[in-house]
Design a binder for this molecule. Structure first.
Ligand code: X2X
Length: 333
């Protein structure tokens, strides 16, 4: 006890590692990773779902949630998911596109005018098309994609009013060709950095700006290192729940059904939470010192078109994928 006192170890810190020996009585244990802090609606809803799954399987299935990239950056965790070191992962489709190109479809610049169009496409044929391609990479994707959101552009140096303001702009983007391609088309200097390094990159001015939905700007405390938020709404991004194929196939069908039911339901609830938070978050961020502006978006889209962005991605995705998107978005580019 004296030693414990001297080292400042508390009862709580001794108990913590014991909690890591999870699933001792469970038949099946999964590690479930994501990049968001615990308070993001995705983790709130995922936590409820894993508790419901444990209960409904009478403790046979124990899924432990690892928020905040605790198991590694997104790109690291994707490798672990493929090798089976991590069984389950909520990952942005655009980052997944480094492995499954069509998973970036929904991130095409200015494709979706609003959430109504997003959910019709993602719960409809666009989502089905993407999931079929994911299956070919030996990963199982659950049906309902979680909302990350429409992305807005923040900066420590200046508001973005016109496409010209993006020229030469040092902007942090997630690790994905869709993002680098889009910001190169704007003439920016995109720097690919995982979410886990984003705050530091902005703080140390490796990048002057970044782009993310309100929930991320808020939960990652980017208001501490950014001043302006320009409502560019330049793309919509979501998280697929991905499961290692061998781990999934090891589960009996009844357990698979229970996992599917609860995680899908959690994703749908998370969409509602994120939408409900949008209005309050803009007020909160304003109170924290962020200055908002609403640029006209048509000139940004025109810039992408004239730079050949849509032609480049139509060739990469192919005519079939493009036609599936255009069913929901109207003519792209
Ligand atoms: O890395 C990001 O910017 C984030 C959190 O939006 C994604 O997961 C793509």
């Amino acid at each position: 006890r004296t030693l414990i006192k001297a080292t400042g170890i508390t009862a709580a810190s001794i108990a913590a590692p014991l909690k890591l020996a999870y699933g001792q009585n469970a038949e099946f244990t999964f590690k479930y990773a994501n990049n968001q802090p615990p308070q993001h609606p995705m983790n709130v809803r995922a936590k409820e779902a894993v508790e419901a799954i444990k209960k409904e399987t009478n403790g046979r299935m124990d899924i432990q949630l690892f928020p905040s990239n605790q198991l590694g950056s997104d790109t690291d965790t994707l490798s672990q998911l493929r090798s089976g070191g991590v069984e389950m992962f909520n990952l942005s489709g655009l980052i997944l596109s480094t492995l499954v190109t069509p998973a970036a479809l929904n991130g095409l610049g200015f494709a979706f005018p609003n959430y109504d169009a997003v959910w019709k496409a993602m719960d409809g044929d666009v989502g089905a098309y993407i999931r079929a391609q994911i299956a070919k990479a030996n990963l199982h994707a659950l049906d309902r994609i979680w909302d990350n959101g429409f992305r807005q552009t923040t900066s420590s140096t200046k508001p973005i009013n016109t496409p010209a303001d993006l020229e030469g702009f040092k902007i942090r983007v997630p690790v994905s060709p869709m993002w680098t391609s889009m910001f190169k088309a704007f003439g920016s200097s995109p720097i690919s950095i995982n979410a886990s390094e984003m705050y530091t990159a902005l703080q140390t001015k490796v990048a002057d700006g970044q782009e993310n939905p309100f929930a991320v700007i808020s939960n990652f405390k980017l208001y501490e290192v950014q001043k302006y938020c320009s409502l560019t709404n330049h793309m919509w991004d979501g998280f697929w729940t991905l499961i290692n194929r061998r781990a999934w196939d090891r589960l009996p069908p009844d357990v698979r059904d229970i996992v599917t039911k609860h995680i899908n339901a959690a994703a749908v609830k998370e969409r509602v939470d994120v939408a409900a938070n949008e209005a309050t978050l803009q007020k909160d961020l304003t109170a924290k010192g962020i200055v908002f502006n609403s640029p006209a978006t048509a000139p940004f889209r025109e810039k992408l078109r004239s730079a050949g962005f849509y032609a480049e991605w139509k060739a990469k995705f192919g005519d079939e994928a493009w036609a599936v998107m255009e069913k929901y978005t109207g003519k792209l580019g």
